[in-house]
Design a protein around this ligand. Sequence first.
Ligand code: AHR
Length: 332
Amino acid sequence: MQKRLYLHRLIGLLIGCGGLFLLQGCESGIDRQGNEVKDERTIVLGFAQVGAESSWRLANTKSIKEAATAESMQLMYINGEQKQENQIKAIRSFIAYQVDAILVSPVVETGWENVLNEAKLAKIPVILTDRAIKTNQSDLYAAFVGSDFNKEGRMAGEFLMKKFAYESDDVNIAELYGTVNSSPAEGRSRGFKETIKDNPRFKVICSQSGDFMHSKGKEVMRSILSTYKDIDVLYSHNDSMTLGAIEAMEEVGIIPGKDIIIITIDGEQKAIDALKDRKVNCVIECNPKLGDTIVDLTKKLLNGENIPSTVFVDDEVFTEWDDLSTLPPRGY
Ligand code: AHR
């Protein structure tokens, strides 16, 4: 930390570099003693990640680490272990360290005002990666980069309506919910329900949180199956929970993808394999490879350029009706 503060002071003393020195730096400068000093200035990013709850999350972390390394940026990475308090503590340590920018993937949507106001006061820009927040204060962060979760939910609902277009019976849906009060879970649920709401035969008969985790997905699915005997569809907010739920179904002799239609989100290789094996019927992609976009935006931001406040990445839909034989490996 001392070295870091020293570097900041030293760079602050360099003459003629103006506001751009943070990113572009000077090739060299003169210190107080009149010696030539090489500018060692490296952009330092603090990254408060949600955790390591899924393969999706691991791929997301990898993408951001690789993109920062490729641009010779220093990344201070902290695994929040699914706890907002850990992420808040991490952001405070980034502020104390005077990083150049803070990346945060907020585990839940609310409760960020205090710490983000502290970052604002310290003039450290914040970029929300993957997950969004709910706040009335629009100047607490510079940009959001990630998927449109509402749209993912709508795409899930659209598949469901097509799948059951030629049947007239009621369709009982179990929803495996992600982390309560997290933007992906809220958006995916909202988008899905908006899409099916005008057709009363689609009924979400239970909705329980598996916290985006394999083990909890399995546990919750076991409990749903023991309570409800008439589930037609599982709508699961992520692949990790889905893979756990499939295990729970197979334990009791239910054929996933046939006895219970399964719609899942993320697009992990294992979910695509399950789609090819007919254990899953539809996979909505959530693209975890956000690193290049985030690093590019951060560079622009630190260069004083205007950046868009929301950048949605593209997500695809893979269904049981598609030819998946040429689909390249997913990489996560
Ligand atoms: O925020 C994105 C979600 O978080 C992904 O769908 C899930 O796998 C992760 O836990």
